[in-house]
Design a protein around this ligand. Sequence first.
Ligand code: A3P
Length: 287
Amino acid sequence: MASDYLWFEGIPFPSVGYRLEDLKSVKNEFVVRDEDFITLSYPKSGTNWLLEIICLIYSKGDPNWVQSVPMWERSPWIETEEAYEQLVKKEGPRIYTSHLPTQLFPKSFFNSKAKMIYLLRNPRDVLTSNFYFFRLLSGVKHPESFDQCFEWFLQGNVPYGSWFDHCQGWLQMRGKENFLTVTYEELHQDIRATVEKIIQFLGKKLGPEELDSVLKHASFKAMRDNKMSNLTLIPDTVMDHSQGQLLRKGVTGDWKHHFTVAQSEAFDKMYQEKMAGFPPGIFPWDM
Ligand code: A3P
């Protein structure tokens, strides 16, 4: 099932579900509209959780939409096969998702007023989640061990390339009024306050019962049981459901059960070098 990547401008993509012509069109031709809303993240940062929250905010807590339409139709990943054409044809406000690094994202975004949420997660937990998830997928190189996954992650030899480059690229947008950062850790720590912050950013209004319903239907258990959100609708030829699932543990700090002391030190060293340009303590996992 494993295979090599599809490479575009030095970034590895899964070779199943992606096409070079789409990646080129997305970057050069896709026209972002001011009323679009975009969720951007590096893979395994909790993207699907945030998307469920966004969809439930749009439906004012009514679970009908999230329970009847698959996640990838509600908010397509712009860079995946066919999403480009679907989105170009779609009239009215559009919501969509992407894992693209800045240099491959539609150029038109950077002159638009479209709102974007950039979701971040402790990269150590991203790495751990990456190890368990990408080995389920076809069109992706499968590491032989956690140690190999660790090496590949630090080298950026994983889908969508280096976490460090991704994060550094997108965080250049910090301070712009159409750009909000949210972390997986803050969703965990205080989901109500974080969802309220997202509602405000989107310019929506929800009553207390509607907000309660968003929180209820975006819980780990509700999402794990929702086949429109848990990826079980993906065919077995693309995702090996017998070996694992998207909603694996859903916790913070699982990396501590996987990294050796030497790996932890090597990671810290690279992190400090690469993230030196950011003020200390801006990420919850630095505290
Ligand atoms: P783990 O593998 O650490 O469990 P993405 O959506 O970007 O692929 O990220 C997947 C990660 O988000 C997985 O992490 C998954 O369990 C977690 N996740 C998804 N939905 C969640 C929820 N409702 N609550 C907490 N974590 C969730």
